[in-house]
Ligand binder design. Structure first.
Ligand code: GLN
Length: 533
């Protein structure tokens, strides 16, 4: 039997307290002590995965190497741990029910009434344990989405209760709450924490560690009070004070001894306190940078920065390693016109045109591409951003006025971006795009090759449309070059304009694989070009 330990992270009082960041920080600290750790997110909604969700609903959809469309918290996990996640790391209620119902139809439960307990809870437990038994991690940290007390999280909390009972010291619960500061009375209030722990206790779960989000330092008295009312020892009341950047959280958690407390509860040796040298090196650079690089991010979901989470983080990583602070200007593509573009993009050192789906906001993206192309401003186009670069070039350089993507106009006589062959018979929307990591072979003497400094790279995809190779010759003659292609299918993955200062459009999503300790080469090169020194 595997000896894997399970840490459940639950949340109370309010949503958006940062369970994902606390989970990722704890994982980072345990990893630094030599443990193999992974983090899993259980999402209590009925979609089978977030792939079909509008970014306004749920922020970015993060794609793993194995092609799973997942919650954006998995992006934090990878950025902190530098270890790839997979489909097993994100499970929704929709998937749990789908599995149970499929089994029922197959006859696996023949004769039995299929119920939430034990069948749904058993399926939840099976999915949690899979990472321990199949993937053999020392520690699996499972973040339960939502807030305790939500009707939809109840089966998950029940599964946690059962696992704690079955596994004893091998399963613990870290509960994250908020200690609000009331400015009128100048006081920090612990009552919401007490109530939220009571709510957990009603479901039969005693939290082992409490992490308290707060904007002010918590006194020893407050901590003692929380410990007393919530049946935990004083050491297990951990303060999580607001910090300037999420990347400081692991350091703060180490100062608070979160990792040592957790290891002690799990009966695992703590060993030496890790120095977190590389991590602190990154933080140091982040703090010390004085010069700024300003990047325009052109997209249609800019009201919600979570929609572009990985892109924003990848820009921060690359700027930091280039000794710059990055100022990201979010530019709404629907507001860009040929008349105002020069003004709206004024002062930008580089422009990134974002991924996306559907027609809304396309015209503004094309206007932005034309402006940066003609004015020699460094450009990075990602997925739909690359497709826009291709369409813009066709219309304004190849003089194919009606050139378009078949996604936007299926009657276009010049579909320079076309539906991929194997997408033509696809009718279901969920999980059917070209997803996950594929090889890309780079042409030497291109900016992409210079960025990676290797010939074959692997990058993650999420799209149905692709560059139409029938036009490749015309493009190359006119000065836009295929810098990278898939070696098996010949699909064009990167388009570049060699004569431009730095103009790179990538069909894949480099932002998904940029991490704190390993900034992405394409973002590094883009920022370098934007710095202009
Ligand atoms: N909508 C485009 C496609 O499906 C681009 C997708 C994206 O930007 N992720 O090909």
């Amino acid at each position: 039997m595997s000896d894997t330990r399970y840490v459940f992270v639950t949340g109370g009082v309010a949503s958006s307290l940062g369970k994902g960041i606390i989970s990722a920080s704890l994982a980072k600290l345990l990893q630094s002590r030599g443990y193999s750790v992974t983090i899993q997110k259980l999402d209590p909604y009925l979609n089978v995965d977030p792939g079909t969700l509008n970014p306004y609903e749920h922020g970015e959809c993060y794609v793993t190497e194995d092609g799973a469309e997942t919650d954006l918290d998995l992006g934090h996990y990878e950025r902190f741990l530098n270890v790839p996640t997979s489909q097993a790391n994100n499970v929704t209620t929709g998937r749990i029910y789908q599995n149970v119902i499929n089994k029922e139809r197959k006859g696996d439960y023949l004769g039995k009434t299929v119920q939430i307990i034990p069948h749904i809870t058993d399926e939840i437990k099976r999915n949690i344990k899979l990472l321990g038994t199949k993937h053999k991690f020392d520690v699996v940290i499972t973040e339960i989405g939502g807030t305790v007390g939500d009707i939809e999280s109840l089966p998950y909390i029940e599964a946690v209760r059962q696992m704690k009972w079955e596994l004893g010291h091998r399963a613990i619960v870290v509960h994250l709450t908020l200690v609000p500061f009331l400015s009128a009375s100048g006081e920090l209030k612990t009552k919401p924490t007490q109530h939220s722990v009571k709510q957990l206790l009603e479901t039969g779960v005693q939290p082992d560690v409490l992490v308290l989000r707060t904007e002010k330092e918590l006194s020893n008295d407050i901590r003692k009070k929380v410990a007393l009312f919530c049946n935990v020892d004083r050491k297990s009341v951990i303060q999580s004070i607001d910090v300037k950047t999420i990347y400081q959280v692991p350091v703060k958690m180490q100062e608070e001894g979160l990792d040592e407390t957790v290891l002690e509860k799990l009966h695992l040796p703590a060993g030496e306190k890790p120095a977190l040298k590389d991590w602190k090196g990154f933080l140091n650079k982040l703090e010390k940078a004085t010069k700024t690089v300003t990047i325009g991010l052109v997209g249609k979901y800019v009201e919600l920065a979570d929609a572009y989470k990985s892109i924003i983080e990848a820009l921060i990583h690359a700027a930091t390693y280039n000794d710059r602070k990055v100022k990201i200007e979010l530019i709404h593509s629907e507001e860009l016109t040929p008349e105002n573009v020069a003004n709206k993009l004024k002062g930008l050192d580089g422009v990134l045109v974002a991924p996306g789906f559907g027609h809304r906001g396309i015209d503004g993206k094309l206007v932005a591409v034309k402006h940066v192309r003609e004015n020699n401003i460094p450009f990075l186009g990602i997925c739909l951003g690359m497709q826009c670069a291709v369409i813009e070039y066709a219309r304004n350089v190849l003089k194919l006025d009606d050139a378009n993507s078949r996604e936007m106009d299926h009657t276009s006589k010049n579909p320079v971006i076309d539906l991929m062959e194997d997408q033509k018979n696809v009718t279901d929307m969920g999980g059917t795009m070209r997803l996950g990591a594929y090889d890309c072979e780079l042409q030497k003497s291109t900016n992409s090759y210079k960025a990676y400094n290797m010939v074959t790279v692997k990058e993650r995809h999420r799209h149905r449309y692709e560059f139409n190779n029938e036009y490749l010759e015309a493009y190359e003659k006119a000065g836009m070059k295929a810098a990278g292609c898939n070696p098996d299918t010949g699909l064009v993955e990167i388009m570049e304009i060699p004569k431009h200062k730095w103009f790179v459009g990538v069909q894949f999503h480099p932002e998904y694989s940029s991490t704190v300790l390993k900034p992405h080469p394409i973002f590094m090169a883009f920022i370098k070009a934007a710095i202009n020194e």
